[in-house]
Ligand binder design. Sequence first.
Ligand code: NAP
Length: 302
Amino acid sequence: MTPICLVGIGKIAVDQHVPAIAGSDDWDLAATVSRAGTVDGVQSYTDFDQMLAERPDIPVISLCLPPVPRYDYAAKAIAAGRHVMLEKPPGATLAEVDALAVMAKAAGVTLYTTWHSRMAKGVAPAKAWLADKEITSAHINWKEDVRRWHPNQEWVFAPGGMGVFDPGSNAISIITEILPMPFHLRAADLHFPENRDTPIAAQLKWTNNVSGDFDWLQQGPQSWDITVETTSGTLHLHDGGDRLIIDGTEIAAGNNREYPALYDHMAELVKNGSSEVDVSPMTHVADALTLGKRITVDAFHF
Ligand code: NAP
């Protein structure tokens, strides 16, 4: 098993990364770096430089920090000759992810920009079914309650936190994967709480009749749905991509294995000496923040 270090022991590290690594035959969680978080039975550091200096035996670093602090950690890890796995979205800016890709290539290490929702059970069969279809429209309906899923995570509303596009980039990572044609943004309405720096809701319109409705104040049932209309039938992805229904017939449904699949893929990339760097979901978010009309809405407090 290959030793791996997890950095940023917060919500997603505890919920997903630690169990995925524990359940894998490829990886051994050998150390953590976090100012406050630890994992039982695993050597913990609060200082990343110290971990890099003291543990040259750990060749792979998985960064579970929020996007803004992530670049500095990734750059140091690559400079120290380590392979790097990035949580989504892969950075705070597109240029910094490009810079990391150049650095990783020069250093001969793997860089993997993970998009966990692409590993949801219905996504690969949806992509396969859509490959030869004529798409007439596609719509994202991504509505959840930020207080429930990101309790007191102030960074999501700070510059670089991306607001509703933090979960919204999951939906965009799916449509950029499954739709067989290119599309680009035409218009966006972005709803910024008067006391915050990132949007809490957004409506996006792309070319080719692709659209999205994102809301972070959804009460009651939560929606993580994508509908694609084609000249040969209608495809629905529900539950964040886990459930696929085509013309009323359930094609895929089941357990969430997104994070184990990400770690399986990282093991393959490292083994093959290759990288996977895809910023396309983030490009659409950046386009929305560039082109979008800003609408000020009521203040938001957790
Ligand atoms: P989080 O719990 O708020 O943050 C993760 C950890 O990062 C924190 O516990 C903190 O650990 C460290 N950290 C935070 N700010 C830092 C800073 N400025 N400098 C250094 N370390 C810092 O966030 P999360 O929900 O786990 O999300 C982390 C990433 O995972 C995000 O990119 C998010 O989009 C992605 N993600 C989250 C979810 C989810 O459901 N939450 C799902 C999928 C993906 P210490 O204070 O101990 O250092």
